[in-house]
Design a protein around this ligand. Structure first.
Ligand code: ZN
Length: 80
């Protein structure tokens, strides 16, 4: 059985949780601006750049980086 998943990766179900993001757009490379926005709020499924108006959707699949020692306390994944 094959699928299109990148491994290792996670699938995220955005459930409207609080999020804090620093936003970088394609336009900040055009004139060397270091980031163009920030968002603190409840739920973010898409974001619009305040400079150029481009709209991006957040992915639901993110690649993982394998580490020997994490600076964070890992959670245990449950088998489903
Ligand atoms: Zn932009």
């Amino acid at each position: 059985m094959s699928d299109s998943w990148t491994r290792p990766s996670v699938y995220i179900q955005w459930k409207g949780t609080d999020v804090c993001i620093d936003f970088h757009c394609l336009c900040d490379t055009e004139d060397d601006v270091a980031g163009v926005g920030h968002f603190d709020g409840y739920g973010m499924y898409a974001i619009r750049c305040p400079r150029c108006g481009r709209v991006y959707e957040l992915p639901t699949e993110l690649p993982l980086t394998l580490v020997e020692n994490s600076q964070f306390e890992p959670v245990d994944a449950l088998r489903s």
